[in-house]
Design a protein around this ligand. Structure first.
Ligand code: CTP
Length: 411
């Protein structure tokens, strides 16, 4: 379930050309289960239609302080909100809010709420850079107002510069962050993702089908929960800037990067699909066809998870994965014991919509709690990889706090 499910969000829209993007923000929030109450300023109605918002939001648009049906709409909106978002926030709106002036429904709601407030400024570069705007933003930041800064890009009228409203996906991500429990605050988390590539020659390699999606989802979720995250990865997928990425290719490179990053980590997750074998002696130059069919001699790669398990510092939580096509629980149990992990996330990669390349996964989590004789087994039904990541981190965090995760049995 999304962290936004059931959250009451007032979406304030002030009068800038970027107001059209607030429609997409509204739609995404509603899709994620939020209850969205749109409040449009007089000026914003020059840019976007009320009907569009009313059709997409959870309740009709409100625009005025002087509504006969609801005589004090700003206190009702402000007191009932879990969050007030202003998207876009014009220079005028920011100035009015910073000065504590309540001269329309949106600014009155901003002053009448004790809920967190997130502003998403959008304006021309000259206005964005003006000391008055920057001072107002600094003042609002000191008062605890959150901000999604504008991006560089094409502005109204064709100019290019800083001031363009952030992408709706980025804004919704920032909104979600405000509701995610910061239970991993202060944790250092190291995650590996993707499949390793073992060179046969400079152009060919032994690889596997791993897309890196599950490992990336775990890194992103740990970041959302407040952890400092390092991601050791073989794949080039978009990820938030706050995550430190270490790009590697082979199992040996991944081993070195993981062993270094894991020394002082609180939680280490080996989600990567490490190739089990590598050519003993990769050719320095491209093997040509006329040299005949090459005889590639293979050797085992180092088992990184087992090496991390052997050197695990006191208190560190180590999570491994198990990609299986049969005997899921038995094989996963063997890996839990053999590799010294606290937790194994096992999936049957031959099942439909599960594992490699898919956006969804279905897993069984095996947990060995400190001092417990029995291994706990938690079934996580088919879901998108982000929610699977949340379940894995819920269980990992419960190991630190000592509370058993919900939905578990023992084996
Ligand atoms: N792993 C590792 N180093 C390897 C092989 C695997 O660190 N050389 C890790 C994976 O990242 C995963 C776990 O070990 O967390 C289990 O990987 P998996 O491929 O399921 O199992 P293997 O140990 O490779 O055994 P098998 O292929 O026989 O199932």
């Amino acid at each position: 379930m999304s962290v936004l499910a059931g959250r009451r969000i007032v979406l304030g829209v002030s009068g800038g050309i970027a107001a059209y993007k607030a429609i997409e923000v509204c739609r995404r929030l509603v899709d994620l289960g939020a209850h969205v109450s749109p409040v449009l300023t007089e000026a914003s109605r020059h840019f976007v239609g009320e009907t569009t918002f009313s059709a997409l939001a959870s309740e009709p648009v409100q625009t005025s302080l002087w509504d006969e049906a609801s005589p004090i709409p700003h206190t009702k909106l402000g007191q009932g909100a879990d969050l007030v978002v202003v998207c876009p926030a014009t220079a005028r709106l920011l100035g009015t809010y910073a000065a504590g002036i309540a001269d329309d429904l949106l600014t009155a709601t901003l002053l009448a709420t004790r809920a967190p407030v997130l502003v998403c400024p959008a304006m021309h570069t000259e206005m964005w850079e003006h000391p008055a705007v920057q001072d107002n933003l600094a003042l609002l930041a000191r008062r605890g107002v959150h901000m999604v800064p504008p991006e560089e890009g094409r502005l109204a009228g064709g100019d290019i510069g800083k001031g363009r409203l952030a992408d709706p996906a980025v804004i919704v991500e920032a909104i979600e962050r405000l509701f995610v429990p910061a239970e991993l605050q202060g944790w250092k988390v190291v995650v590996s993702s993707g499949g390793t590539r073992e060179a046969i020659d400079p152009v060919r390699f032994i690889g596997n089908r791993s897309s890196g999606k599950q490992g990336h989802a775990i890194a992103a979720e740990a970041d959302r929960r407040g952890a400092k995250v390092t991601l050791v990865t073989t794949v080039d997928r978009p990820i938030t800037d706050s995550i430190v990425q270490v790009r590697v290719e082979s199992a040996e490179q991944m081993r070195q990067a993981m062993m270094t990053a894991a020394t002082d980590a609180d939680l280490v997750v080996m989600a990567a699909a490490v190739a089990d074998f590598r050519p003993v002696d990769p050719a320095a130059g491209k093997i040509k066809k006329d040299q005949g069919v090459p005889q590639v001699i293979l050797e085992p790669t180092p088992d990184i998870l087992a090496a991390l398990g052997a050197l695990k510092p006191q208190g560190q939580i180590l999570v491994g994965f198990a990609a299986e096509t049969s005997d899921l629980r038995e094989n996963a149990l063997g890996k839990l014991t053999r590799k010294g992990a606290d937790l194994i996330v096992a999936n049957d990669v031959s099942a439909p919509q599960v594992g490699f390349e898919h956006d969804t996964n279905q897993v069984v989590i095996l947990v060995r709690r400190p001092g417990a004789d029995e291994v706990e087994v938690i079934d996580v039904p088919l879901d998108d990889k982000r929610r699977i990541a949340a379940s894995v981190l819920d269980v990992a965090a419960s190991l630190r706090s000592g509370t058993p995760a919900t939905g578990s049995d023992r084996t």
